[in-house]
Design a protein around this ligand. Structure first.
Ligand code: G3I
Length: 362
């Protein structure tokens, strides 16, 4: 069977954007009313193999981001050998269901090329990076809403004045590697909104404040150098227990400073860990929903925020199930839909935040 026939078979089902059984429209519709996109990270091969999962994406999302398959290692596991089947499937799924797609991510120190250590010097590193970005971003040229060009490049504890994380890319290419990646990405896909994406910026703590300042310095530096950067991605991996450190004014100040640089803002990886909550489901769901609502209400007050994506859609598939296990071992309840694709209070909280969000131009 050719690759094209295999894909066509798996894509045979096109799901309606609205489930006839559901009285309410999906989050995509509430988001659209406020001029926003709503979406989620999609797992491979789940999107291909689990029909309920695919249907939920079609109903709820107007934008999709592959959770892993476009990262450097998964997409180029050996030098010059690219694996595009999973992302091609997702791109076609988006086309069929009238959804946009985000790319994640062209340069990250995690899940990087497994053969990274074989790169001898700066010249080879530059050649490899050019080939990677031109091939990967070039393949989806014109169809991507946005690309996370560089992910998580700031890490203040590493002690550098510029705030950059010590990674093999920094070592091989020097501190201009961020700028380089954006310039290549712009050549590869001049229409995509090129995004810098990072985490650990949500709370009013000294550590997160110094990271916010370092990120702002990086963004300003890139703008001053006329680097083609169009957006900032706020990952927003939240945690119920840590949320006591949340201060809406701090978040809004940070977003305002980003917006003043002329950048759009996307909430790119929102989820809320329930690790420290009691087992009782109604109580847990209510507490998690409250975090979603409080955070999004504050975030959406800033009109530069144009898209909200959760890092997964259903509690059945979430990185938090293994990375933030509950001490009692009960399954996590951290995303808008439960394990059986039923809408939870977190879903209603996101809907309500979209309902009251000031409308933006789109
Ligand atoms: O690819 C192998 C697969 O071949 C093997 O069968 C399987 C067995 O465990 O492992 C697979 O790789 C795993 C991959 O997820 C796909 O499931 C990796 O070990 C695992 O480390 C990887 O975790 C991902 C993580 O990024 C990598 O650091 C998570 O799914 C993904 O949700 C997470 O996403 C990140 C964002 O990209 C950036 N921001 C933080 C966010 C959460 O950590």
């Amino acid at each position: 069977m050719t690759r094209r026939t295999a894909l066509a078979g798996a894509l045979a089902a096109t799901f309606p954007a609205r489930n006839a059984d559901e009285e309410e429209p999906g989050l995509r519709e509430y988001a659209a009313r406020a001029g926003l996109l709503y979406g989620a990270a999609a797992a491979w091969p789940v999107l291909r193999d689990d029909e309920s999962y695919a249907r939920a994406f079609a109903q709820e999302c107007s934008i999709l981001v592959p959770e892993n398959v476009l990262k450097m290692g998964p997409v180029q596991p050996e030098p010059g050998a690219f694996r595009f089947e999973p992302a091609d499937f997702m791109a076609e799924f988006c086309r069929r269901h009238d959804m946009r797609m985000r790319g994640h991510t062209l340069l990250w120190h995690q899940q990087a090329w497994p053969w990274l250590k074989t790169i001898a010097d700066a010249q080879e590193a530059r050649k490899r990076l050019e080939e990677h970005i031109l091939t990967v971003a070039g393949r989806y040229r014109g169809s991507m809403h946005s690309w996370d060009v560089v992910n998580e490049a700031v890490h203040v504890p590493d002690g550098r004045q510029d705030g950059l994380r010590k990674t093999p890319f920094l070592e091989l290419l020097g501190s201009d590697y961020v700028e380089l990646a954006f310039r290549i990405a712009h050549d590869a896909d001049p229409q995509a909104k090129l995004t810098y994406n990072d985490y650990g910026l949500d709370y009013d703590t000294p550590g997160q404040e110094s990271k916010r300042q370092a990120v702002l310095r990086l963004l300003r530096h890139l703008k001053e150098r006329e680097v083609p950067i169009h957006a900032f991605g706020m990952q927003a991996h939240l945690d119920w227990a840590e949320f006591r450190h949340f201060n809406p004014e701090t978040l809004q100040r940070f977003f305002r400073e980003i917006a003043e640089l002329g950048l759009e803002i996307y909430i790119t990886e929102l989820d809320v860990s329930d690790r420290d909550l009691p087992d009782e489901i109604a109580q847990r769901d209510e507490a998690i929903a409250k975090v979603y609502h409080t955070y999004l209400t504050a975030a959406l007050a800033e009109r530069a925020v144009k898209a909200v994506l959760t890092w997964g859609l259903t509690d059945r598939y979430t990185w938090l199930a293994t990375r933030r296990q509950r001490p009692s071992g009960t399954p996590v309840r951290v995303l808008p839909l439960d394990r059986d694709y039923r809408r939870k209070p977190a879903w209603q909280a996101i809907r309500d935040a979209f309902r009251t969000a000031p409308a933006r131009d789109g």
